[in-house]
Design a protein around this ligand. Structure first.
Ligand code: SAM
Length: 302
């Protein structure tokens, strides 16, 4: 593979294409998007802007992205909501607190996803009041929903500000008259077993649309495995497939976050290395590196 600063014929061609009239519209759209995170783009506009950006960054040796600095990656994830172009921190936080109740088709998508998380837990035999740890819970909606239906839930995420918001959800359960166990803690998923633990306590650890943000998804899976009881289940829910590194590169650059696709083969192999012996695939069987992963792995023993 070519080094970062090295000029190769392929890189020269990519740079030329990125700046060519063919992708001028993509370039203009991306520049406008850099000022307005919430800019509405059609599919074809996203494609044009993304293609311009990928070719431009490939020419400069920046694509595919490499993440070598843990602290910088953590900081970028933590500061993400503060740095979205044209969006205040308050607006971003309120939008996240309203999730999944967003106007438009994403409402149905999130509710459907929650039903699949619920179904996955049931398929794994994890029923209330089982103990569930969520990694990368963000503003905590999934943890709140799971607690509402009777699980004992610990939600964890890397950003102290989102955990502070998430904790407001505990009062929402109390307001409904529900006596539930729901807590939220700040912790990178790579060290959740040390930072939150306790080790061997949880019946299930789940991560929904967040593992691919980890600095090291391998360390995150290892740490999750340590949190599980023997016989407990790790649920990887709606984690993106390999195409995501390309399709979300524009979003990754704008939000300065870690948007990478994951390989099902590598995920499964690593889960085995971390002591998982039984697998249930709740997602598409034929994925062609496109369909997201819904994968449950059972820790040996129990
Ligand atoms: C796409 S959001 C999804 C959040 C949540 N699961 C939801 O559905 O709203 C990804 C989340 O992962 C968190 N995150 C990123 N890197 C992390 C890490 N290394 N450890 C724990 N959380 C992390 C981010 O702060 C963000 O809240």
């Amino acid at each position: 593979m070519a080094r970062a600063g090295e000029v190769t014929p392929l890189r020269r061609l990519a740079g030329w294409l990125a700046e060519s009239p063919l992708l001028r519209r993509g370039k203009n759209l991306y520049e406008a998007n850099c000022k307005h995170w919430n800019m509405q783009l059609s599919r074809s506009e996203k494609l044009q802007a993304g293609l311009h950006l990928i070719l431009r960054d490939y020419a400069a040796g920046l694509f595919p992205p490499r993440f070598e600095d843990r602290e910088a990656t953590y900081r970028a994830e933590i500061e993400c909501s503060e740095s979205l172009p044209g969006v205040t921190l308050e607006t971003a936080a309120l939008a996240d607190m309203q999730k999944p109740f967003w106007v438009g088709p994403r409402l149905r998508t999130y509710l459907r996803d929650f039903c699949l998380i619920h179904e996955s837990l049931e398929r794994c035999g994890i029923l209330p009041p089982a103990r569930v740890l969520e990694m990368g819970c963000g503003f905590g909606w999934t943890s709140e929903f799971l607690a509402a239906i009777g699980y004992e839930v610990t939600g964890t995420s890397i950003a102290a500000s989102s955990i502070e918001w998430a904790r407001k959800r505990i009062a929402s359960l109390e307001a409904k008259g529900l006596q539930r166990v729901l807590r939220f803690e700040v912790a990178p998923m790579e060290s959740v077993a040390e930072d939150v633990g306790p080790k061997g306590y949880y019946d299930a650890v789940l991560v929904y649309e967040a593992l691919h943000h980890a600095f090291s998804w391998r360390e995150a899976i290892q740490s999750a495995a340590e949190c599980l009881k023997p016989g407990g289940w790790l649920l990887l829910c709606n984690e993106p497939n390999l195409v995501h590194t390309f399709s979300s590169y524009r979003v990754a650059r704008l939000s300065n976050t870690h948007e990478i696709g994951l390989s099902r083969r590598e995920l499964t192999a690593h889960m085995r290395q971390c002591g998982m012996t039984q697998f249930i695939n709740m997602g598409a069987r034929l994925h062609f590196w496109i369909k997201p992963h819904w994968l449950c792995g059972r820790k040996a023993g129990g």
